[in-house]
Structure formats: structure tokens, C-alpha cells
Design a protein around this ligand. Sequence first.
Ligand code: AMP
Ligand code: ZN
Length: 146
Amino acid sequence: MTDCIFCKIINKEIPSYTIYEDEDILAFLDISQVSKGHTLVIPKKHVANLFEYDEDLAARVFTKIPEIARAVRLFDPEIKGLNLLNNNGEFASQSVFHSHFHLIPRYATDSLDGFGLKWETKGDTLSSENFTEIKDTIISKLEEKS
Ligand code: AMP
Ligand code: ZN
């Protein structure tokens, strides 16, 4: 896609700190470095978000993520964990509309304030009927697809 910044990175029209590349994916340092080592994994095929993946593309991309995550984790002994984050749609804070997975290393010295993902739990406000209704509706959507 011609006006996509990540396609331009793939095509080497703009530079990146690439750490891994093969025929299916590219992994490179996110310029914002939410934490040191913050890496993006992207498919070379332009898809806007997760909703556009077919099984083949998903297999090609997801199969590589654990290996890259292990390498990112090992680059600094102070890294004690890693968040895998994937924003889909503007409403979910996606700003670049070429699908990508954030690998964000978490350091022993991190303050949670620097990360900014708020995770309020609401499970205790739902009844078992609510849970069952949500479950059954999603199952029906899955069945419509197959
Ligand atoms: P998201 O908000 O999930 O769409 O994330 C997009 C990410 O792309 C942000 O974290 C940006 O810092 C990152 N980004 C944008 N342009 C570049 C670039 N030229 N090189 C590396 N990372 C970039
Ligand atoms: Zn693209």
C-alpha cells in the first residue's frame, strides 16, 4: 500500500532498526520505545488489523512471535516479563493501520505508570446469566463463520 508507513519500512523506503526479517514478517524497534527493546512484529502482507487475517497469514505471523519475544527478553537481564499488545481499530488506540504486534519488555525497575494500560475488572458486576448470554452470542458468531 503506497501511503502506508509500515509498507514503506518493508520496502526500505524509510529506515528502521530491523532485528529480524523473512519472507513473511519484519520485526523492528518501535520508535517510541515505551520500554527499552520495545519491538514491533508486522506481516509483510498489508492487512489493516487482526480482523483481516486468514488462517494462513495468522500461522505465518504467530509462529514467529515466541522466538522474537525470547530474544527481546534475553537482551537485558533486568527484563522480568513482556507484554504482547495488539491494537485493532482507532477506538482501540491503533494509530498505524498496518497490523502490528507490540512486544514491550517489562523491567524490574519499571513503574506501572509508564505503561498506561488501564485494566479495570468488571466481572463482579455481571451475573452468571450475563456471562452465559455473552458466551452463547459469541459461539453463534463462530458457528455462522464455519
Ligand atoms: P499503534 O498505536 O498500536 O497503532 O502503534 C503504532 C506504533 O508505531 C507506535 O508505537 C509508533 O511509535 C510506531 N511507529 C510509527 N512510525 C514508526 C517508524 N517509522 N518506525 C518505528 N516505529 C514507528
Ligand atoms: Zn502497509
